[in-house]
Write a protein that binds this ligand. Structure first.
Ligand code: SAM
Length: 483
């Protein structure tokens, strides 16, 4: 049976413990905060979008998707991706999910090549549908005039969802694209990613850990402080893409029992669960995932098409391409011809998962990084930095103003992108035994084999040990300060 060990981290986002890796997937400090502060903020995406109209992101170790989701949230927040309307998710759930769940009708997907048929607006009329207030109580503020306006507009014969960008020449000039490739060996985590909710104060009671990992229980006593939040639209976008790209989600019995397991329910978003069950029961036997996906796509697209005319500077949802890859990142990247602008590397620690921190893996990443691209990671390990340097990168540090600390490492091809250089101390450590990097010549070794060889190399090395280096360094600095 698949094992899941969720807990709420200190920012209310859900973290996981992996018994297999005997490690946490997410820091107790906050899974979401970590994603923002270690990947999204240092990427300086606002500046990036001042000069670029396309972006390719490689999310290595997607897990439950915080890095990709934070990225999407950032795009929506900053209006780089235009799906934002404060009523949109309410509309979506009220109209669509309820339609699915309560009436249990088979809604025929509308072909994007076809003109929207006026009948479609009838399908969206929910006035006669019973209301499950518990779930939808948030929707009471929805103003009915807005809904009618929406329905009237989408029935207009002039909207052809596939033709929007070709019809409007201004749109072509703004033809931005967002591509995210997400890799993880664990498909269940992909499936789970759209369902997780953010907890609040009351949810602390669910933090009774069912695993023994002292570090966590000690650190989880704080109140939630949610600096960052993922909007509902992000989970919808991820859901749409997951069911489209990984339709086997509907047939996975283990996954189904995870979603049904009471113990886990506090960690899941009820609305997203409803959407899952609704889509599962309404799917077309031959074409189940596509039908839901086309359906959602159409809803989005029609909605967006109206707004699109007003906001030509923004991206539309179809400009977002998500490619999940369920396999070892080394195998996946060997088969990949993409060049990425940003690479998020979120692979546990080097000592736990050296296969994704080896010299050879960084060489592979070098061949996938744009000349102005950037690899971001939270690792400060000297062995990792040395592997990056030997793979041909310039290496710098990530600085977090909020806590006045260096919190990670960046690797680039264009030196001018480095804001915080490695210090003399960092370079000294890199030249000590601590800087001996992991080797995986053909990118096929197991983590255990890599660790074993690394241990041997350290034992045979005549380099200065890191502790001796630190001692000398402190002594010299003290002498200089005393002079
Ligand atoms: C620290 S967690 C990543 C957390 C994730 N970014 C998130 O937002 O949930 C590490 C992930 O690495 C994945 N992983 C470990 N070895 C891998 C490999 N060789 N290739 C791809 N993924 C791997 C694990 O399945 C796990 O999901």
């Amino acid at each position: 049976m698949y094992q899941l060990h969720p807990y709420f981290t200190n920012d209310g986002s859900v973290g996981l413990f992996s018994p297999e890796a005997d490690d946490i997937y997410h820091s107790t400090y906050g899974a979401l905060s970590e994603a923002y502060e270690k990947f999204i903020l240092p990427a300086d995406l606002e500046n990036y979008f001042k000069i670029h109209s396309e972006i390719k992101i490689l999310d290595i170790c997607y897990g439950i998707g915080y890095n990709t989701k934070s990225f999407l949230n950032f795009l929506i927040d900053k209006k780089f991706l235009d799906i934002k309307n404060k009523n949109f998710s309410e509309f979506f759930f009220k109209k669509i999910v309820k339609k699915f769940c309560i009436k249990n009708e088979n809604i025929v997907p509308i072909d994007t090549d076809n003109i929207i048929h006026p009948q479609y607006s009838d399908q969206l009329d929910i006035d006669n549908i019973r209301c499950s207030d518990e779930i939808y109580s948030n929707n009471s503020s929805r103003d009915s005039e807005g809904e009618n306006k929406f329905i009237n507009t989408i029935t207009s014969d002039t909207i052809y969802s596939n033709n929007i960008s070709t019809k409007n020449s201004a749109c072509n000039q703004q033809n931005k694209k967002i591509f995210v490739k997400a890799i993880d060996t664990d498909e269940k985590l992909f499936y789970l990613s759209p369902f997780l909710r953010q907890g609040n104060k009351k949810d602390k009671k669910y933090n009774k850990l069912d695993f023994n990992y002292e570090k966590i229980s000690k650190l989880l006593d704080n109140e939630f402080s949610s600096k960052y939040k993922i909007s509902q639209e992000v989970n919808l976008i991820v859901f749409k893409n997951i069911v489209e790209k990984l339709p086997q989600i509907f047939d996975d019995k283990d996954f189904e029992s995870i979603l049904k397991f009471r113990k886990y329910s506090p960690f899941f978003d009820r609305k997203m669960l409803d959407l899952f069950w609704a889509s599962k029961s309404n799917r077309d036997i031959n074409n189940h995932a596509r039908s839901l996906s086309t359906f959602i796509h159409n809803i989005y697209y029609k909605y967006i098409s109206i707004r699109y005319k007003k906001t030509l500077n923004s991206l539309i949802l179809d400009d977002f391409i998500f490619e999940p890859s369920i396999m070892d990142a080394r195998v996946s990247l060997k088969q990949d011809n993409n060049i990425y602008n940003f690479i998020f590397l979120d692979a546990f620690t080097p000592a736990k998962c050296p296969a994704l921190w080896s010299l050879e893996f960084f060489k592979l990443l070098f061949s996938h990084l744009d000349k102005d691209g950037m690899i971001l990671t939270y690792s400060n390990s000297s062995a990792v930095r040395n592997a990056m340097l030997n793979a041909g990168f310039y290496v710098g540090k990530i600085y977090n103003k909020g806590i006045n600390k260096f919190t990670g490492t960046v690797a680039v091809k264009n030196k001018s992108l480095i804001k915080y250089d490695l210090s003399e101390y960092d370079l000294g450590l890199i030249n000590s035994r601590a800087g001996i990097f992991y080797r995986d010549e053909n990118l096929t070794l197991s983590n255990e084999a890599i660790l074993e060889a690394h241990k041997k190399e350290i034992a045979l090395s005549d380099k200065i040990s890191s502790s001796a280096f630190i001692k000398n360094y402190m002594k010299q600095n003290k002498e200089i300060n005393q002079k």
